[in-house]
Design a protein around this ligand. Structure first.
Ligand SMILES: *Cc1c(COP(=O)(O)O)cnc(C)c1O
Length: 228
């Protein structure tokens, strides 16, 4: 608990410096606390420290933790890991935002499921794959126009913007071109939200226009358990 308070203060200072360098305001940034592998108590401590947006990678893991959290006023939960279509119905009542939509088919299923659950439209972002390596998920930039066109008319989804996960680099400056590329795409498709930047590169992401940064390690320390 003390650690999250201290870590958050440090993160906020780093955010403030990056914002000052780029002449942006704190209100433009949503800080998402990534709680994957950490127990529900970590989410509660982060909420008590003032955080309201939380990121989870696995539907199953959050399904287990969610009942332990109880009602957390103003909390918003973002799915930031890949969503398999057979988990859509489970994910829909658990999350306020799905950041990893990468096909029109998945979007269609989410919209239908959300309608069936009688819930208000689900916020979504489109995950864009900007590198050839590693990450198997995400829409190729060449297919983004079609995906945007496919998602925008869906009545039970609200398309906020784009999300990306660059390959991991020790040097955050190497993430910067990926962030700049995502911003170019958002401008092209007139989308506002840009979810980019993790513990090791969020300052560069803020300087490149991030509206949502996703921080795990910087807030909670190193993950020791495997995710899942
Ligand atoms: C785990 C994860 C994060 C947080 O990573 P840290 O480096 O611990 O800040 C952010 N985004 C996604 C998609 C993740 O899977």
């Amino acid at each position: 608990m003390e650690r999250i308070v201290e870590n958050l203060a440090e993160v906020e200072e780093r955010i403030a410096r990056a914002l000052a360098r780029s002449r942006r305001h704190r209100s433009e940034i949503t800080l998402i606390a990534v709680t994957k592998t950490f127990p529900a108590s970590a989410t509660l401590a982060a909420w008590q420290a003032g955080l309201r947006d939380f990121g989870e990678n696995y539907v199953q893991e959050f399904e287990t933790k969610s009942p332990l959290l109880g009602p957390l006023e103003d909390a918003r939960f973002h799915l930031i890991g890949h969503l398999q279509s057979n988990k859509v119905n489970k994910a829909v009542p658990l999350f306020d935002c799905v950041q990893t939509v990468d096909s029109a088919r998945l979007a269609g299923r989410l919209s239908q499921s959300r309608a069936g659950a009688g819930l208000p439209p689900l916020d979504v972002m489109l995950e864009v794959k900007l590198s050839d390596e590693e990450s198997k998920h995400g829409c190729d930039p060449e297919n983004l126009a079609a995906l945007v066109e496919g998602v925008q008319p869906l009545p039970h989804l609200r398309l906020l913007g784009l999300m990306t996960i660059p390959p991991f680099f020790e040097d955050p400056e190497r993430s910067r071109p990926y962030f700049a590329r995502l911003r170019e795409l958002a401008v092209k498709y007139e989308l506002k939200a840009l979810s980019m930047g993790m513990s090791n590169d969020f300052e560069a992401a803020i300087e490149e226009g991030a509206t949502h940064i996703r921080l795990g390690t910087a807030l909670f320390g190193r993950r020791t358990k495997p995710a899942g």
